[in-house]
Write a protein of this length. Structure first.
Length: 192
C-alpha cells in the first residue's frame, strides 16, 4: 500500500496442495496475477515432534523456494514490465479470444515450475503472434493487437491496465475502437 503507483510489484504464492476444493479455489483466486508454486507440505510426523535439524532443513527449504519464486518473477518481469505490446498484458476479460484465455491459464499453471521461464514465455508469445498477428489501424501509424472486435494499442509511457486521466487539453482516449470501424478498415485495405 505504501509503494508508489509506478513501482513494479510481483505477487508470488507458494502453497500446499491438500487435494481439496478449498485449495483449488484458493489458487484460482490469484489467477492470473500471481506466480504460483507447489511446495512440500509439513508431514504429520514432522508436525508432531520435529527435531531441531528437521526444523532448520524445512526452514532452509522454504527460503530456497521463496528465492526460486523471486528469481522466476524477475524473469517474468522482463516480458511484462515493459512499455510495449505484450500478449501477456492484454486484458483477459476484454480480449475476446479463447486462445488468449488458454495461453494465460497455461502460463499461470506452468510458470512456477517450468525449467526455463524465459523460453516458455518466448514460445507462448510466438504462438500468440501466429494466431493474432499485429494489425495497423488506419487511424494510427503503430501496429497493435486485435481480437477482431477492438484494437488494443500500446499504452506508450503509461502503465498497462491503468486508465490515465487525459492530460490538460487532450481528449480522452481509451485506445480501443469498436467492431464497425475494425471491419470497415479491413474492407478498406482489401484489394478486392
Amino acid at each position: 500500500m505504501e509503494l508508489q503507483e509506478d513501482e513494479p510489484v510481483s505477487l508470488t504464492l507458494a502453497y500446499f496442495d491438500y487435494g481439496d476444493p478449498g485449495t483449488v479455489a484458493f489458487i484460482k483466486a490469484f489467477a492470473p496475477f500471481a506466480l504460483v508454486r507447489l511446495i512440500r507440505p509439513i508431514t504429520s510426523e514432522f508436525a508432531a515432534t520435529p527435531s531441531s535439524r528437521e526444523v532448520r532443513d524445512y526452514r532452509d527449504y522454504l527460503a530456497d523456494e521463496a528465492q526460486e519464486l523471486r528469481n522466476r518473477a524477475s524473469r517474468v518481469s522482463e516480458f511484462t514490465n515493459i512499455c510495449d505490446l505484450a500478449p501477456f498484458l492484454l486484458p483477459s476479460t476484454n480480449f475476446a479470444s479463447r486462445r488468449h484465455h488458454k495461453l494465460i491459464s497455461l502460463l499461470f499453471g506452468r510458470l512456477g515450475t517450468a525449467q526455463d521461464v524465459s523460453q516458455l514465455l518466448r514460445l507462448a508469445s510466438n504462438n500468440f503472434e501466429r494466431h493474432h498477428p499485429r494489425v495497423k489501424p488506419l487511424t494510427s501509424n503503430h501496429s497493435c493487437y486485435s481480437d477482431k472486435h477492438l484494437f488494443f494499442c500500446s499504452p506508450g509511457g503509461d502503465r498497462h491496465g491503468y486508465f490515465s486521466p487525459p492530460r490538460k487539453g487532450a481528449r480522452t482516449d481509451l485506445r480501443a475502437r469498436r467492431t464497425q470501424p475494425f471491419r470497415r478498415e479491413l474492407r478498406a485495405r482489401s484489394p478486392l
